[in-house]
Write a protein that binds this ligand. Structure first.
Ligand SMILES: [Zn+2]
Ligand SMILES: [Zn+2]
Length: 1011
């Protein structure tokens, strides 16, 4: 007996049941054991930040990772299954700051860096556990107790090794430059952190007068949207080629920017260069000694402002560049927290926003304000805390990118990207990448191992913990792990003998994630250390080993990685950078990438908009299999709309498959069918077709998995389920009623195979069905059964039945268009263009309820051709009339390619409008190759048969509603008005399992069970 299936699947319940069963039976461990020593498939997991529970969007990547790992495992590959957590850096810090209600670096320092670090570790431990539970629920099979944590000392040491390599190549330098700065986080941002981080903000828009020295009453007029930069002004730039004019009120503007003004003088910009002016805040101590002058700058825009640009090199990137060209002083007005330094007078200690009002008032008071308004513009904000960014001059540690650019491009050329155009996106990023800004002025992050010596000015870069121990002059006893504040208490001895302290900066978090192909696989580890990865902050969190170099050789590079597209400039980039530096080659051979998750209406998901769905909520309400189905069906290069509406639609579609399995189980149980290896009898043509169709499914789906293309997997599965349910089962119903074991055997085999191949996508449903369908000698789980081998197929048979199905589809379409129900038999069907389907005229007749099928040219089609007047009018001139009436009369000949010959003219396809339709009395449908037409006229016999079909349908519905078993017999009573249908009594009896049919005086048919 097969265990019966419910009417509808309860996805949530069955997933719970399977999850518990996997656990108690140790299915995953058994799979790993089974594959040990098999061919390797190396997958490297991009670490998820352990800083929050998962959102629905995380389920996308996690699904894809699990699908392909399961597929490869089913093929007998050995896998590592190591999950990774990203654990340090600003994300975690900002999370803890919020938790503790801290809002500045000063408050963190008051709280205590050691205590703050402990809180960061606690937060990571907490969310790593929550994320793990959510991934398990999603069905993700990973080696959960052996995760890597990027804050382990091992990970950090490997990054140190990389940084030392960079130093040896002379790539490392301390850059003094203008950087985008978050005043709340108190650190600069690097290029990859700036993309897409903008908001529409309102800022002041001020036109300000700079009085010229030695030119009585004359002023330059500048425009600024950042008044806080005016106290740091040192120059004014003009476009040397542009024309400037002096207005009656003695103001200089670019003529183009003030076209209506009456001008008393006009000069080229270059004539203004060198003039000196009084800056509005030159009385401040910071401005002492600065000579303010006009400089030339070709890039001064004439599209906005006044054509004269105020230059503050300490508060703008381009300004800073100009300071180098023109040797301008650089005044840095604000500190790390975005507050004015003390030589800025009454502005001291105030933020850039706080000073906007006072500065405007002061300009007004001194008669320097020409006009004040406001502007709404796109402005960069911090991606972590949304604070508007400012420019500051800062010393940041940088890695030079120029030398590695080409090797990285070469490495990327060896990578297979899916979809393939992302390869170009990666190239674009690499071509344009700036030097890598790796330093962050924060607390809980990778400590940069840089020890600059003040005495001899040598920079020592420490490459390992052992080296640190060797060179330390003290503080080792308190070094619990490689984090601040402990690491800061360990000075080293410089080669010159001086004692040197570490710089206080920590590293960019993408260093942490980028090193994992080395740190987790044991690159340059002389020996295997059991649980050796659980060092430093990771101690107690994981049992992961630190493998040895031989292991790294086996598993590097990864065969495959998969993350979202954003990672091109993040993880794919940092990993590639570090790998090419250390080994000269790409760390991955193939990449699958995907876009963004939107809500079901296509809007971005935001917690504050109330439309975000977190993973827990999605899993509880939708279930893992349906979520996975949705992600797999979606084309990854497009944003995906996710929500409960689309999920309900998937659940509905899955019913067809469920019903097919249920159909089998129900009939197999009625007959006590027990499937064996061989068919119990000779396969009929339809069985042979399903057999071949099943082989085709296995081949198609395997090919799509090999391509890492889940939409192709889902398409193949969908079309198979349609063939299975709407062709094989429907065409074979009578055989199942008659307990035909060959049909049951064929269907059983097809179902088992389909369960196997869809297992990676819907592991819960697959194992649930496998456990019901499997034979006793088969493994208990579908994941322990080897992947089915695709055999050579009978392509001809597949084409033949494919054509039959197409003819039937077109026939249905023709009926639908003509408003003829399928239950109403018709007299005649003509098919044009059919090949091997000709052998199946009986099936076609039955499917389309027609009495005769004829394979011949369809003459039921009327082709009407009209002239395309805009083209033909000019071409034919006065002959147009004659051509038109010939066309109307049908006196034309159709030519290949869609044109016609008429009245001695050959007209091209674009010169005529061709309309095809059925002649009166016919229904018609066509595709490129096939045309199908049916007569629509009905006679009494046809009408009566139509009523019999209606009756059969109605009675079978009544049987179902009455809860009768498939095998129950009934007695059927018809109203007198249906007496004429008794002519077909035998037919009716057979179709509704009636022992007899009679009429009485009632008005409706009635049924009674025969006991
Ligand atoms: Zn910030
Ligand atoms: Zn020194």
């Amino acid at each position: 007996m097969f265990e019966a299936l419910a009417q509808y699947p309860d996805h949530l319940a069955l997933e719970g049941e399977i999850l518990a069963w996997w656990e108690t039976e140790g299915i995953f461990e058994r799979l790993r054991e089974q594959n040990r020593g098999g061919p390797r498939f190396s997958f490297m997991d991009g670490p998820i930040t352990a800083n929050n529970p998962m959102g629905a969007h995380h389920c996308w990547g996690r699904t894809l990772k699990d699908v392909f790992q399961r597929y490869k495992a089913l093929q007998g590959h050995e896998l590592r299954y190591q999950n990774g957590f990203d654990c340090q850096g600003l994300w975690v810090e900002v999370g803890v700051e919020r938790e503790l209600g801290l809002n500045s670096k000063r408050e963190i320092e008051e709280y205590g860096i050691a205590e703050f670090a402990e809180r960061c570790k606690q937060r990571v431990a907490k969310y790593a556990e929550i994320i793990t539970d959510q991934c398990r629920r999603l069905g993700m099979w990973m080696d959960w107790d052996n995760d890597y944590y990027t804050f382990s000392d091992t990970n950090i040491e490997y990054i140190w090794r990389f940084l030392r390599e960079c130093h040896e190549r002379d790539w490392l330098y301390l850059g003094h430059r203008a950087v985008e700065w978050c005043p709340r986080c108190g650190t600069s941002l690097s290029q990859h952190e700036l993309i897409n981080s903008y908001a529409e903000l309102t800022h002041p828009s001020l036109y300000v007068r700079f009085p010229l020295k030695g030119r009585a009453g004359e002023s330059l007029v500048v425009w600024t949207t950042t008044p806080w930069t005016l106290p740091a002004n040192v120059a004014a730039a003009v476009n040397p080629d542009a024309e400037y004019g002096l207005t009656k009120s003695l103001e200089w503007w670019a003529v183009e920017r003030n076209p209506d003004a009456e001008l008393t003088r006009r000069v080229r910009g270059r004539e203004l260069v060198g003039l000196e002016y009084e800056a509005p805040f030159e009385h401040l101590p910071a401005q002492e000694g600065v000579v303010h002058r006009v400089i030339p700058w070709d890039d001064v825009s004439l599209d906005e402002g006044t054509g004269i640009v105020h230059i503050a090199p300490g508060a703008g990137a381009e300004d800073f560049e100009l300071s180098r060209v023109h040797d301008l002083p650089v005044l840095t007005p604000i500190d790390e927290a975005g507050r004015f330094y003390k030589d800025y007078g009454e502005l001291e200690g105030r933020s850039t926003e706080d000073v906007e009002g006072p500065i405007t008032v002061e300009l007004e008071r001194r008669g320097l304000l020409v006009e004040a308004g406001s502007i709404v513009h796109r402005y960069p904000i911090c991606w972590r805390c949304s604070t508007p960014l400012v420019f500051r001059i800062a010393d940041d540690w940088m890695i030079r990118a120029d030398e590695i650019r080409q090797p990285m491009l070469d490495a990327n050329a060896t990578v297979e990207w899916t979809p393939d155009f992302y390869s170009k996106r990666m190239d674009d990023w690499l071509r344009n990448m700036d030097d890598w800004n790796i330093s962050r002025r924060r607390y809980f992050g990778l400590p940069l191992p840089f020890y600059p010596c003040n005495s001899c000015s040598k920079l020592t870069v420490i490459g390992s913990l052992a080296e640190l121990r060797e060179r330390a002059t003290g503080g080792l006893e308190q070094l619990q792990e490689l984090h601040r504040p402990w690491i800061d208490e360990v000075p080293i001895r410089c080669d010159c003998g001086a004692e040197v302290r570490r710089v206080t900066e920590v590293g960019d978090a993408w260093l942490d994630a980028g090193i994992v192909p080395f740190s987790t696989l044991g690159w340059q580890s002389p020996e295997w250390k059991e649980h050796g990865y659980a060092t430093g902050a990771a101690a107690g969190l994981t049992g992961a080993d630190l493998p040895d170099h031989a292991y790294w050789e086996k598993w590097y590079p990864a065969d495959w990685v998969s993350e979202m597209r954003e990672q091109i400039r993040l993880w794919f980039y940092s990993q590639c950078f570090m790998s090419v530096t250390l080994t000269g080659k790409s760390p991955y051979r193939a990449v699958l990438t995907y876009e963004k998750l939107l809500d079901e209406h296509g809007r971005e998901m935001h917690r504050s908009w109330g439309n975000a769905i977190d993973a827990a909520e999605a899993l509880e309400n939708i279930g893992a299999d349906v979520i996975r189905f949705m992600f797999c069906e979606h084309v990854p290069s497009q944003n995906m709309k996710f929500g409960y509406g689309p999920a309900a639609e998937i659940r509905r579609r899955l019913l067809t498959y469920w019903n097919s399995v249920k159909f089998f189980v129900d009939y197999a149980n009625v007959d006590g069918f027990r499937p064996g290896d061989e068919s119990p009898g000779e396969l009929q043509p339809l069985d042979r077709w399903l057999f071949e169709r099943t082989e085709q499914l296995v081949a198609e789906i395997s090919e799509q998995y090999e391509r890492y293309w889940t939409p192709g997997v889902m398409r193949a599965f969908d079309s198979f389920v349609d063939d299975l349910s709407n062709w094989y089962i429907r065409r074979s119903r009578r055989r199942f009623w008659n307990s035909d074991e060959v049909a049951l055997w064929t269907l059983h085999r097809a179902l088992l195979r389909s369960v196997q191949v869809i297992g990676p996508v819907m592991p819960f449903l697959a194992d649930f069905l496998w456990r019901r369908l499997r034979t006793e000698d088969a493994p208990v789980s579908v994941f322990l059964e080897p992947w089915p081998e695709a055999r050579p197929r009978d392509e001809e048979l597949l084409r033949e039945v494919g054509e039959v199905r197409r003819i039937v589809e077109l026939g249905r379409q023709a009926r639908g268009d003509a408003g003829l129900k399928l239950r109403q038999p018709l007299r005649r069907l003509v098919v044009q263009g059919a090949g091997p389907a000709r052998r199946h005229s009986d099936e076609i007749a039955e499917e389309l309820r027609v009495k005769e099928v004829e394979f011949a040219p369809v003459e039921a089609m009327e082709v009407r051709v009209k002239p395309n007047l805009p083209l033909l009018g000019p071409k034919l001139g006065k002959e147009l009339g004659a051509v038109r009436s010939a066309l109307e009369a049908g006196e034309f000949e159709q030519l290949e390619g869609g044109g016609v010959r008429v009245n001695g003219h050959e007209l091209g396809a674009d010169e005529v409008l061709v309309e095809r339709r059925a002649r009166e009395g016919w229904a018609l449908a066509a595709d490129d190759a096939l045309t199908v037409a049916m007569t629509t006229e009905l006679d009494d016999d046809l009408r009566r048969e139509g009523r019999v079909y209606e009756l059969i349908h109605r009675v079978n519905t009544m049987r179902k509603d009455a809860g009768l078993e498939l095998t129950d017999r009934i007695r059927l009573t018809l109203p007198a008005s249906d007496a004429d249908l008794l002519e077909h009594a035998d037919w009716i009896k057979e179709e509704v399992l009636a022992t007899d049919v009679a009429t009485d005086g009632g008005s409706e048919p009635e049924i009674a069970k025969v006991s």
